[in-house]
Design a protein around this ligand. Structure first.
Ligand SMILES: Cc1cc2nc3c(=O)[nH]c(=O)nc-3n(C[C@H](O)[C@H](O)[C@H](O)COP(=O)(O)OP(=O)(O)OC[C@H]3O[C@@H](n4cnc5c(N)ncnc54)[C@H](O)[C@@H]3O)c2cc1C
Length: 414
């Protein structure tokens, strides 16, 4: 039998890092999580809070790529570019276009489904151990659309059907029965009545983090500069001030992970899809559950901070400033659906970590097998936090699994 792993350092206290830390501590493996910020302050804070196990289809689809140039030319569309970032993004865009065939789309859907299907059970296990009152709602999630892009909607419905994903199609009136305050500017939609939503994603993450700490997990708030595999069973995390040795490292820095994989000599085309949110304070009771308007690429979630309006995809890297036009777009879309909304606050920009084939990278580094990757969960990283924690902790502990993990390996880019 393999000797039990003696120590693990995790870089990143987002939802992937914290859930992985918890699962490792539960296996009796000593863990230290490093983050330059407090836990849960980046994408895992500002997301839309959907636990969406049905969302198997991503943006690498043949039906979408033909619309991309038109969407990019419009400053009031769901997709935008920071033009100064295009030269840096060209390799990613080329790989994205290559991954937008029907075959690649179905491959992504199949392997997203494999882990999404386990995602709620993995959270439910954790929720048994923490107090989630006023943090998690089980009222489902509604998607709405107009008849303009029915071809794309039908494709999504078919792919989900083929994979056995439960979905309920709704007429406009059925949607209005569920959410009577919505302005009826849509024609139909789908209801995933088994989905959950977070009323406070960071609040949930902090509860999981507290559980991790209560079981003996360590946390060090510091900027990590470098990681290395220094020996057969020795890795090193190098911070601004100190070097720390562990048997294994988990890299869970979300969109910021590329700096480290570059250092390790692996060419992984991780980039970011920037997304935004604002809050409409005291307006959260206008809807009972998240509503996503697919034509607009935006949605609204009732949260404790207010009604959170979230969305758009902006390709522009990690360093460009917030785009006022993106905020204006989200505010305009929100008022289209709920004209009673007035002032907004908290203009926030976050970074979805995205690979061109829209599958995450989960598994050992190719050259340094004691460094395990756990990043690139794009639009679904919140949903996939708990199951990623289970999978990655299993990899660290050399456990067998029935899952086919090969499709998530970084070897697909090398
Ligand atoms: C607008 C928006 C809406 C979204 N909505 C949803 C949704 O409804 N449902 C869903 O499932 N997903 C959603 N997502 C996606 C989801 O939020 C992300 O995929 C997920 O939060 C990523 O988690 P993570 O732990 O990988 O990264 P993060 O939460 O970004 O955490 C990475 C951590 O690494 C730390 N770090 C980075 N560099 C260093 C360093 N050098 N040293 C130390 N620490 C470092 C950061 O400080 C950070 O805490 C959304 C994302 C956005 C942006």
């Amino acid at each position: 039998m393999d000797k039990k792993c003696s120590s693990v350092g995790i870089i990143g206290a987002g939802i992937q890092g914290v859930c992985t830390g918890l699962q490792l501590i539960k296996k009796g493996i000593p863990v230290t999580v490093f983050d330059k910020n407090e836990p849960g302050t980046m994408a895992s804070y500002g997301n839309a809070g959907h636990f969406s196990p049905y969302a198997v289809l991503q943006l690498n689809r043949p039906d979408i790529i033909y619309d991309v140039p038109k969407m990019l030319m419009s400053s009031y569309g769901p997709l935008a570019l920071k033009w100064n970032y295009i030269p840096k993004m060209i390799p990613w865009i080329i790989k994205y276009l290559k991954s937008s065939t029907k075959k690649s789309m179905l491959h992504t859907a199949k392997y997203m489904h494999q882990i999404l299907d386990l995602s709620l059970d993995a959270y439910d296990e954790i929720f048994k151990e923490i107090d989630i009152s006023n943090l998690v709602e089980r009222k489902g999630i509604i998607y709405i659309w107009t008849n303009k892009n029915l071809k794309s909607r039908n494709l999504e419905i078919k792919v989900r059907q083929d994979l056995g994903v439960k979905q309920k199609l709704l007429s406009k009136d059925e949607i209005l029965d569920l959410e009577p305050n919505l302005n009826p500017v849509f024609d139909g939609g789908a209801f995933y009545d088994y989905a959950y939503h977070a009323r406070d994603p960071r609040g949930i993450l902090l509860k999981i983090f507290e559980l991790f700490r209560s079981k003996g997990g360590e946390f060090i708030k510091t900027n990590v500069k470098e990681l290395r595999q220094t020996g057969y069973n020795e890795t090193q995390i190098i911070t601004d001030k100190k070097k720390y040795n562990f048997e294994k490292i988990v890299l869970a820095c979300g969109a910021f992970s590329k700096k480290f994989t570059d250092q390790l000599g692996e060419k992984i085309p991780l980039d970011t899809e920037r997304g935004y949110h604002v809050h409409f304070e005291n307006m959260e009771n206008l809807i009972k559950r998240p509503v996503i308007f697919l034509d607009r690429g935006f949605g609204m979630t009732p949260m404790n901070q207010g009604l959170r309006a979230v969305g758009t995809v902006e390709l522009g890297g990690l360093k460009n400033p917030i785009s006022k036009k993106r905020i204006d777009y989200i505010v305009k879309c929100s008022k289209e659906l709920l004209p009673q909304l007035k002032e907004h606050k908290d203009e926030w920009l976050g970074f979805r970590p995205t690979l061109p084939d829209f599958l995450p990278v989960i598994g050992p580094s190719l050259k340094n097998t004691n460094i395990i990757y756990a990043f690139g969960h794009q639009h679904l990283g919140w949903t996939l936090g708990a199951i990623t924690g289970k999978i990655v902790s299993g990899i660290v502990a050399n456990e067998n699994t029935n899952l086919d993990l090969k499709p998530y390996s970084s070897s697909r880019f090398n």
